[in-house]
Ligand binder design. Structure first.
Ligand code: PLP
Length: 424
């Protein structure tokens, strides 16, 4: 309740902002009733959500544990120390910085730490799977650095390390970025390391998508190989929305300074605490099992779609996502998203390698299994989801069939409930 005289009521847990509360309730219903197959999304635990909603949000704590610019940071120091230590344990490193507000901020901090304006960066082309923070012309990375790109092999649609090496020899980059937003295959960091060593570049692994698979051993670990590993904490790590940087402790000074005061001010201490909670969860054996099931489900759904005659980019998947090329289905990614959303299947449109269509239209869609795996779904459900996706795409002009599919989707989603008994 907003109390009289304009004072915020700190004593009552009542929520007076019905406008926002109703939206949150609607969003909980949306998350419960739809099948979330967006590769970068997940359901965090209630403990993570509650920690984000804690009084830690009230505290300014510019600086780092032991060296703060504000008084009264003793509890903040404890929280951040725990988060940093758990991050190190999880990733297998001797240094971590848990302050980046997001994955893009983590990347920017690494750029600031090792690059000057105009320095050359070699990264994966955005149109073939890279991320906007790796050089999009509207992004800070594209405006301030000289961006060169590598792509995938046109035949295999997989990274071609010999080709990347050739490009690196010509470009002589200061920094090479290994990492992607829509690449379904294993990334061989040791090949990138060889290339970086030969050309004298720093190597940054952006593991935003695959971090949860990597820390559980289901993807090669970049930590001992790359100079810098960046990640998001909200995708396969299944924590709060945020970023982090892992590196050898010899880089601690330049990374800490690049994060604060380089690209950020006060750290989000409630988020850092929630990161700590998520890291603890990710250190449990059950999380290893979770990561294994994400990939199992991704492969199962991918195989199903392949059997139904859909072309899968690169022919398959090794991780939590795969891309479907809709070119031969007389349908764009944009159209497919519309059809699938209408039946409650939430995916995103995605450019495929060498796509001729604009990124706002695209020839493909990206499908990921982290969220449905968190719900507890397995191979049998992937089969059902595959049936719903193919059924909807094949019957796009038949409202009665689409209605039946929508009912099946809702039923399936409700069989694996999330956020039950969760007070808004
Ligand atoms: N890096 C990669 C490879 C990503 O895929 C993403 C997000 O999708 C990010 C960075 C950015 O993360 P954030 O949205 O937290 O800034």
């Amino acid at each position: 309740m907003i109390a009289e005289k304009g004072h915020v009521n700190h004593t009552s847990g009542n929520r007076s902002d019905t406008e926002i509360r109703e939206i949150i309730e609607k969003e909980i219903a949306r998350q419960r009733n739809n099948l979330i197959l967006i590769a970068s999304e997940n359901f965090t635990s209630q403990e993570v959500i509650r920690t984000m909603g804690s009084v830690l949000t009230n505290k300014y704590a510019e600086g780092y544990p032991g060296f703060r610019y504000y008084a009264g940071c003793e509890n903040m120091d404890s929280v951040e120390d725990i988060a940093r230590n758990r991050a190190m344990e999880l990733f297998g490193s001797n240094y971590s910085n848990v302050q980046p507000h997001s994955g893009v901020n983590a990347n920017m901090a690494v750029f600031l730490a090792v690059l000057k304006c105009g320095d050359r960066v070699l990264s994966m082309s955005l149109r073939d799977g890279g991320h906007l923070s790796h050089g999009h012309k509207q992004n800070l990375s594209g405006k301030y650095f000289d961006i060169h790109t590598y792509s995938v092999n046109p035949e295999t649609e997989q990274l071609d390390y010999d080709e990347i090496k050739k490009i690196a020899r010509v470009v002589k980059p200061h920094l090479i970025i290994a990492g992607a937003s829509s690449y379904s295959r294993i990334i061989d960091y040791s090949r990138f390391r060889e290339i970086a060593d030969e050309t004298g570049a720093y190597l940054m692994a952006d593991t935003a998508h695959i971090a949860g698979l990597m820390v559980t051993g289901y993807h090669p670990n970049s930590v001992k190989v790359a100079d810098f590993t960046t990640a998001t904490t909200h995708k396969t790590i299944r924590g709060p929305r945020g970023g982090l940087i892992i590196a050898d402790k010899k880089y601690a000074g330049i990374i800490d300074r690049a994060v604060f005061p380089g690209v950020q001010g006060g750290p989000l201490m409630h988020i850092i605490a929630a990161k700590a909670v998520a890291f603890r969860e990710a250190l449990q054996d059950s999380f290893k099992d979770y990561a294994r099931r994400i990939i199992e489900n991704s492969k199962a759904l991918c195989d199903y779609m392949k059997d139904q005659g859909f072309r899968i980019v690169s022919g398959g998947t090794d991780n939590h996502l795969f891309l479907i090329d809709l070119t031969t289905k007389s349908m764009t990614g944009f159209e497919a998203v519309g059809i699938l959303t209408s039946v409650g299947i939430i995916i995103n449109k995605n450019v495929i390698p060498f796509d001729k269509l604009d990124p706002t239209i695209t020839s493909g869609i990206r499908i990921g299994t982290p969220a449905v795996t968190t719900q507890g779904m397995g191979k049998a459900e992937m089969h059902k989801i595959g049936e719903c996706i193919t059924g909807a795409l094949k019957n796009r002009d038949k409202p009665a069939i689409l209605k039946e599919i929508a009912a099946k989707v809702k039923k399936l989603a409700n069989e694996f409930p999330v956020y039950e008994n969760f007070e808004v």
